[in-house]
Structures are given as structure tokens and as C-alpha cells.
Design a protein around this ligand. Sequence first.
Ligand SMILES: Cc1cc2nc3c(=O)[nH]c(=O)nc-3n(C[C@H](O)[C@H](O)[C@H](O)COP(=O)(O)O)c2cc1C
Length: 356
Amino acid sequence: MPGPLPAPIAPGQPLTALAPMQDVTDLAFMRVVASYGAPDYFFTEFFRVHAQSRPERHILRSIDENDTGRPVFAQLIGEDIPHILRTVEELLRHPVAGIDLNLGCPAPKVYKKNVGGGLLRDPDRIASILSALRAAVPGLLTVKMRIGFEDDQHFERILDVVNSSGIDLLTVHGRTVRDLYRGRVRYDRIAHAAASARCPVLANGNATSARRAEGIVRETGCAGVMIGRHAIRNPWIFRQCRERFGGAPEHRPTLGEVRGYVERLYRETKGEGVPERYHVSRMKKYLNFVGQGVDPRGDFLRDMRRAVTESDLFGACDRHMLSSPQAEFSEEPYPGVVARPNCESPDACHLESAPA
Ligand SMILES: Cc1cc2nc3c(=O)[nH]c(=O)nc-3n(C[C@H](O)[C@H](O)[C@H](O)COP(=O)(O)O)c2cc1C
């Protein structure tokens, strides 16, 4: 029998997890987030499983060199059972907290191969994969799923499969694959999963602030919450969750502190030898989210998107963050200020594929 889930930072409070995000949640990003207040759990970007795959080295680094003190679950995406088992055998040689199966990625090039969100069309296939995984994983086995592909017609059946597979933790993103990252999140479906699952459930989708996270946990009855894009915008969010869940006043970062976050992100995520222009362009992927809380008109976003050099980029930060450094960074994204377009495009999941 697998042991219990790893101890949370604040026992008795709802759990928090940083959502896996391809091209975002690498070792550097996990370290940056942890420096502002770690989540209880990390999940890696997905390891791709196919006939020629080997666990990607840069993703392995987020496990092997992780010095945040928090457990890391290794996520994989695939459907071929022998190759999944071969990958799991390799991953279990690393200090993983558990193995997580991705049943949600909505990128067409992914789901067309019947992996990730594509598997939600085939509950029997999910049952076979989970049964093989359960037999191969002596420790914790977890699943991250959406509520369906086109609609939620198989949701009940998949919950049955998940329940009978003996998994240890389930995360439910309350959207279908067709919804991508837009539109309403079906917290009622997440609540249903939480009520019927035999394991703890994490609610996922649009936890925009600690206040919302608390509301989502209350509304769904979940054991905790998994937060993705809003932790890119606001890396203090896990600390704020703990403060709020514990009844303490929440830290309210100022724009001056956000300027510090951008600088830390720039430094920590810059690989050796990476050309400045390339890195500036990559930084825009994070800043698209950060900018949602800087000013209500999106002026920082427009300014930052024109940056080519490091000095352009920090010039934009200085103009918009240091003119009133004590001003509060918005708790919620400003309405209408959109982090375009990467995560909302049909190629979702690939920040790299986004025009900067
Ligand atoms: C850029 C990006 C990359 C993502 N990559 C993954 C991934 O590798 N595995 C996964 O299960 N979900 C992935 N997701 C989905 C997130 O884990 C999460 O389910 C989704 O963003 C909804 O949560 P949020 O509203 O808190 O962001 C990704 C999302 C984004 C925006």
C-alpha cells in the first residue's frame, strides 16, 4: 500500500499545488516560486512517452536538483502501456513524490495521438493504463484530468475508473478539452468528484487569488487547490493562501516587490549562453501574466511587448512599477487585461509557440 500524501507545510489547512505548465514550471521557476512561499506540492511539466522517448533531461533537473524542500510529482503523458511502464521504471530511480498521469492536455497535436485530453474519449483505455500503472508504482499514483473531451458525458465513468484504480490524489480541472483555458470552470463537477472520490481531490481552474482559492475549496469541498497561471502572475499566492486559510492577514505585494520578482525571474531563468534577445522574448511569456495585475489599462503590457533588449524590458518595468513603488499589485487580474495569447490558443500548453 502506498503511504499517505507528503505532509503539507501547514497541517490541517487545505493543500496547495503549483500546476504543471509546460515551458514554465522548470527548476528555475519552481525555485523562484518557492522563494516567495512554496506550494505544498510541485508537479513537473509532462514527460512525453512514446517508442523513442527517454525522460527529458531538463525536466529531470526539476526533480533531481530541486532544493525547495517540497515534494515533486513527475507527470507523464502517453498511452502505450509498455512504454509508460519503461518510463515509470526510469522515473522511479529519481526522488519523485509520485507519478502523475496527464488526462487533460488540450493541444490538438497531443490529443490527436490519443494522449492527454484525448484519452478522455476512451474510459476503457484509461482503465487499462491506470491498472498497469497501479501495479508498477509502489508509491503514490496521481491523476490530473479535465471533466471531458467535447462534454462531460464520460465524467461519471472516468471517476469510477479512477476510484477503482486506487489512485492516491486526483486533480480536476473543471473544463473540457474543447474549452481549452477559457470560459467557466465547472466547480459543480469538481464538487461531485470530491464527493465521490476515494482519494483527496484538488480543484483546478481560475483560482485567481488566495481569496478565490478559499472560495473554491469551500464551494467544492476539495482537499485543496492547484494553481497555475495565477502563480505566474503572483508568486506570493501560496503564501497568501496559507495566511488566509490560517486566518492571518495576507501579504499584499507592492509594485516595487513585483519589480523585484521580474528581476529574479530574469536572472534565475536565463540559461548560460542564452542570447539576450531570446531571453527577453521568453520573459514576455511570464510578463503577459504579471502585467494583468500592474495597471488596469494594460499600459505595462503594451510597453513591455515592444522590448527587444534587457534594458528595454527593465525600462518598461521601471516606468510602470517604480513610479509608485508602494502602490499595491492588484489582488485579481484587471478585467479585460488579457495575457495573450499563448495559453488561450488552440496550440495551448506551448508558451514557446506563442508570438511574443
Ligand atoms: C502554459 C501552460 C502549460 C501547461 N502545461 C501543462 C502540463 O504540462 N500538464 C498539465 O497537466 N497541464 C498543463 N497546463 C494546464 C494547467 O496545469 C492548469 O490545469 C490550467 O492552467 C488551469 O489552471 P489555472 O487556471 O490555475 O491556470 C498548462 C497550462 C498552461 C497555461
